[in-house]
Ligand binder design. Structure first.
Ligand SMILES: [Fe+2]
Length: 178
C-alpha cells in the first residue's frame, strides 16, 4: 500500500473546502509543529503530522445575520467529533492504512476537550502532540484561524514536509549524530 502524502490530502476536495474554512495557514503551521514535537512525545511522526494538519477539519460556520456568533459556536460546537469522522472518511478514501486512519481520527477527536461536559481527557502521546501543536500555533481571540496563505505556498510547504517524512526521522538523525 503506497503512502498517503500530505499533498494527497491537500488535493482532496473536502480538505480544500473544510481545512480552508478553519484556516489553511493554521493547519500547515500545526503540521510543522507536530513534526518538531512528535519525537519529544516518542510517537509516530507521520501520524502526528497528518492529524495536526487535519485537526480542525470539522469546523462549522456559526453565523447569525451574516456575522460570526462566538456564543453560538461556544455552546454548540462539536468540531472535534465532526472532524474525526471527516478525517477518517478522507483517509480511507485515499487508501490510508485502516489502523493508521483510526489513530489519526482519534487524535483529531481528542485534540480538544471543548465538546465534553467534563473536561477530563487522558490523552495518549499521539493525541497529546496534536493538542500541543494546536496550542503552539494559537493566537489570542482565535486569530490563528484567519491568517492567510496561498495554495501555492501551502502546497510548497506540505511538499517539503512530505520530503522530510520520507527521510530519516528526527529521532533517527539524533541517534546517528551521537
Ligand atoms: Fe486548531
Amino acid at each position: 500500500m503506497s503512502r498517503v502524502t500530505l499533498l494527497d490530502l491537500f488535493s482532496h476536495s473536502d480538505v480544500q473546502k473544510y481545512v480552508k474554512r478553519s484556516g489553511l495557514a493554521h493547519a500547515v503551521a500545526c503540521a510543522y509543529h507536530a513534526y518538531r514535537l512528535a519525537p519529544e512525545y516518542k510517537t509516530d511522526v507521520e501520524l502526528a503530522v497528518k492529524a495536526a494538519f487535519l485537526h480542525d477539519i470539522g469546523h462549522y460556520t456559526w453565523y447569525r445575520d451574516g456575522e460570526w456568533d462566538y456564543e453560538l459556536y461556544r455552546r454548540n460546537d462539536i468540531h472535534a467529533i465532526k472532524g474525526a469522522e471527516r478525517a477518517h472518511r478522507i483517509l480511507i478514501e485515499l487508501g490510508e492504512d485502516p489502523a493508521d486512519a483510526k489513530r489519526i481520527s482519534l487524535a483529531v477527536l481528542l485534540h480538544t476537550d471543548s465538546f465534553l461536559p467534563e473536561q477530563s481527557i487522558r490523552r495518549e502521546p499521539l493525541q497529546e502532540v496534536v493538542a500541543a501543536a494546536d496550542e503552539a500555533d494559537e493566537e489570542p481571540g482565535g486569530l490563528h484561524h484567519y491568517r492567510s496563505i496561498s495554495d501555492y505556498e501551502a502546497a510548497y510547504r506540505l511538499r517539503q514536509l512530505d520530503t522530510l517524512l520520507a527521510g530519516p526521522s528526527l529521532t533517527e538523525q539524533t541517534t546517528a549524530a551521537n
